[in-house]
Write a protein that binds this ligand. Structure first.
Ligand SMILES: Nc1ncnc2c1ncn2[C@@H]1O[C@H](COP(=O)(O)OP(=O)(O)OP(=O)(O)O)[C@@H](O)[C@H]1O
Length: 316
């Protein structure tokens, strides 16, 4: 059921604690996102999962194999793409695939078959005999990921895979990666600063800061926890009797975190903006309140980021 299990993992570099008692579980075939500001510990965790860094404490299992004691078996199950490209730019795509395939111990036939399939999936087949030096940033990134998938890993680790790419290349890249994940059942573990990508793609998200996991949930769960949808309804001036009547109605509604009712405007904070707005409009219209206009500002993953990390530069 779980492709990856991280149990109480800690890691320090000299006096710097990079990971502090981190635990999480990632379901087979899911897309799991790790969000956190610079220096939060995302790359350190990715590197431990990729068997390139040893944890000081705790255990990690990938496909039920311990990453420390079963390192060689685990490496066959894991594909990894780091922030910096690892493609050999003075070679062609085929030469890069060839070197990687031989390092994975793949036969020539298997490299040719799988390589051709991936080059086609990533729309690199036409350019596969060109030097990588002539590729755009997006093409290099696609080749990086294609190489990580060459040995058909169970889990693909992507450390900020879309950093520096334009929106179109990011969208294309995610379309290809999600298709492969669906076709082959590959589990995806991704760190990114582009929160809107995770909102649509991730099955679950973990928030990490200063090496600690702050929260884990589906994008919807994390957004709903904030209860940060904001409703504003503007109407023709109400008399005191009507204000009291509406006040009584609102106090019976569930899911309302905070509200303020004034003679010409009603403001509400809730986790269920859309539902509460339609219920309220229906009630106000039935009560002959003359509505001028209403607004709904729904909370986003960006709000989750700001609430947890208090950073202004979240990219949404
Ligand atoms: N090899 C190392 N030696 C010393 N300190 C390190 C090393 N690797 C990471 N650190 C420190 O550990 C902490 C976590 O770093 P890490 O690179 O995992 O964060 P990150 O969330 O990936 O950040 P970014 O988004 O900037 O890549 C940081 O304070 C970093 O300086």
């Amino acid at each position: 059921m779980y492709e990856l299990t991280v149990n109480n993992v800690s890691k320090s570099f000299a006096k710097k604690v990079a990971l502090n008692n981190v635990s999480l579980k990632v379901r087979k075939g899911s897309i799991f996102g790790l969000i956190g500001p610079n220096g939060a510990g995302k790359s350190t965790l990715t590197s431990i999962l990729a068997t390139l860094t040893l944890p000081n404490e705790g255990t990690v299992e990938i496909s039920n194999l311990d990453v420390v004691s079963k390192v060689n078996k685990v490496r066959k199950k894991v594909g990894v793409t780091f922030q910096q490209t690892t493609v050999f730019s003075t070679g062609t795509a085929w030469e890069n695939l060839w070197i990687a395939g031989k390092m994975y111990g793949m036969s020539t036939t298997k490299i040719m078959e799988r390589g051709e399939h991936l080059l086609k999936e990533f729309d690199l087949f036409q350019a596969s005999n060109d030097l990588v030096d002539t590729y755009s940033g997006g093409m290099k990134r696609k080749l990086d990921i294609a190489i990580s998938l060459l040995h058909t890993p169970d889990i693909l680790l992507l450390d900020e895979p879309t950093a520096g790419l334009d929106p179109e290349s990011r969208t294309t890249l995610w379309q290809i990666v999600t298709k492969i994940s669906q076709d082959e059942g590959t589990t995806i573990f991704v760190t990114t600063h582009y929160l809107e990508e995770l909102n649509h793609l991730a099955t679950e998200i973990a928030l990490i800061n200063n090496g600690k996991i702050l929260d884990i949930g589906t994008p919807k769960e994390l957004i709903n926890k904030l209860a940060a949808d904001q409703i504003e309804i503007h109407y023709r001036k109400l008399d005191l009797a009507n204000i009291h009547k509406i006040e009584a109605y609102i106090s019976n509604l569930k899911e309302i975190v905070r509200h303020e009712i004034k003679p010409t405007v009603l403001t509400i904070m809730t986790s269920h903006g859309q539902q509460i707005l339609s219920e309220l409009l229906k009630y106000l219209i039935q009560s002959n309140v003359e509505i001028k206009f209403s607004e709904l500002k729904q909370a986003t993953l960006n709000d989750v980021y700001l609430a947890n990390f208090n950073e202004k530069e979240a990219e949404l």
